[in-house]
Design a protein around this ligand. Structure first.
Ligand code: PLP
Length: 436
């Protein structure tokens, strides 16, 4: 019996993990954020680190948009759950003007980053989620948080890591409904799709009743300047995802957008209902600044042209350095990523005790200071010697300024990349030396 005034023994204390939902027990921090912190820790120790692990735009947010944010800093009211009306109109108009998609403000949903919107879509969608392998690191963990078992759609290096229509059809042989997450220009492989390839995927989607979440957040960073949305080929079944994080350099502002076809308004409304019970609305000043960003203008066109010019040239040069050394890698077509496969060096790496992608990347950063991400969190087999490199470790502001006097269609001067993006090139050369 307990004595008065004494605290009774509550019994063995439950371990911390007992409080965690079973869906989350094996979930760690996002791999991309983890490499960011690992790099910061090495720098803190005084080590030289080549930051090509974390995929963040190197470019400053265009002045006019920063100015709009400044002007709207006093906006403190809660905005409508689906987003500020003027912003939704500007987003719809942006997709009409640049992608030829015929949507209206009513079809747009705004959120605090497209990552959150993708999560909400996976939450409200009834059916199976199809995720190409490799894919951006967060799609599959988001599915697992929700207790889903995502279905992989395999792709190969030989096919340019592209979703093949026949394989897509095979992945959804048992009825559906399905949601395919298709991302291009792609993180991690840097590829994109032609109009014919998109039409073939759209054909399979239509036949099998697959909805497509077209994650086109890197669309404006297609190096050719001619991104083509799959919504053109499959308007009735495509939700287009975008935001300010990549083309506008404003990842930390947290603004994401979805454009729905009118016939999927029930998904939009379900996501809006969950948003109203969770994040409420994206931040007001950011949404006002977003109106300026999505409305476009000559300065923004010029900013994008200069961004694409340097990313395109740097991506191709970086890939070429690796290719010349015998690494399997495709030349990127948009965005800021390469996905090299070091399998041709497997025997040599095995002699050094490297048999899988996490060890490959850990040893690379420890021995050279080059930060990268292993293929594993992108959905590749652990033993496959793939890694993702982001060619963004350069001063973006300077790289834009140095193009001020260039004609719109001029090439970069021959010494531009060595002058403005030397660390990225050095990182590629360090990788090559380390492999030999
Ligand atoms: N989709 C892809 C392919 C990405 O690479 C990222 C960010 O890295 C996102 C979505 C999420 O972007 P945000 O939440 O900043 O809009």
């Amino acid at each position: 019996m307990a004595l008065p005034g004494r605290i009774t023994d509550p019994g063995p204390s439950p371990s911390a993990t007992d409080h965690v939902h079973s869906n989350l027990k094996s979930l760690g921090e996002s791999a991309t954020l983890a490499i960011h912190e690992r790099s910061a820790a090495l720098i803190h120790e005084g080590r030289r680190v080549y930051r090509i692990g974390f995929g963040q735009s190197p470019f400053p947010v265009p002045d006019r948009i920063v100015e709009a944010l400044r002007r709207h800093a006093p906006r403190k009211e809660y905005l409508p759950v689906r987003g500020l009306a003027e912003l939704r109109e500007a987003v719809a108009e942006h997709h009409r003007r640049l992608d030829g998609i015929d949507g209206s403000a009513d079809d747009v949903l705004i959120g605090p980053g497209s990552k959150e919107l993708i999560f909400l879509l996976q939450l409200v969608f009834r059916g199976d989620v199809l995720i190409p392998s490799p894919s951006w690191v967060s799609y599959a963990p988001q599915a697992r948080i929700l207790g889903r078992q995502p279905r992989p759609v395999p792709t190969t290096f030989e096919d340019g890591w592209k979703v093949d229509p026949d394989r897509l059809a095979q992945a959804c042989a048992d009825g559906g409904p399905y949601l395919l997450i298709l991302n291009y220009p792609n993180n991690p492989v840097g590829n994109t799709y032609s109009a014919d390839e998109l039409a073939a995927i759209a054909g399979v989607a239509r036949r099998h009743g697959i909805l497509i979440l077209a994650d086109e957040i890197y669309g404006r960073l297609n190096f050719s300047g001619e991104h083509r949305s799959i919504a053109r080929a499959y308007p009735e079944g495509t939700i287009v995802s975008s935001g300010l994080s990549k083309w506008c350099g404003a990842g930390g502002w947290r603004l994401g957008t979805f454009l729905f076809p009118p016939r999927l308004s029930s998904l939009r409304d379900a996501m809006g209902a969950v948003a109203s019970e969770t994040f409420t609305a994206a931040s007001a000043p950011i949404q006002y600044a977003g109106v300026e960003a999505f409305s476009g203008g000559d300065d923004i066109e010029n900013y994008l042209r200069c961004s694409r010019r340097v990313l395109g040239a740097l991506g191709r040069r970086s890939a070429q350095i690796l290719k010349n050394a015998g690494v399997r890698v495709n030349l990127p077509e948009g965005g800021f990523y390469l996905f090299p496969d070091f399998t041709p060096f497997a025997a040599r790496l095995a002699e050094r005790g490297i048999h899988d992608s996490p060890t490959l990347c850990e040893r690379l950063i420890a021995e050279t200071g080059v930060a990268s991400l292993p293929g594993l969190p992108f959905g590749r087999p652990r033993e496959e010697l793939t890694a993702r490199l982001s060619f963004v470790d350069f001063a973006g502001g300077r790289a834009l300024e140095e193009q001020q006097d260039l004609a719109p269609d001029a090439e970069l001067p021959a010494d531009f990349l060595d002058r403005c993006c030397g660390d990225v090139i050095q990182a590629m050369e360090l990788i090559v030396d380390w492999l030999q």
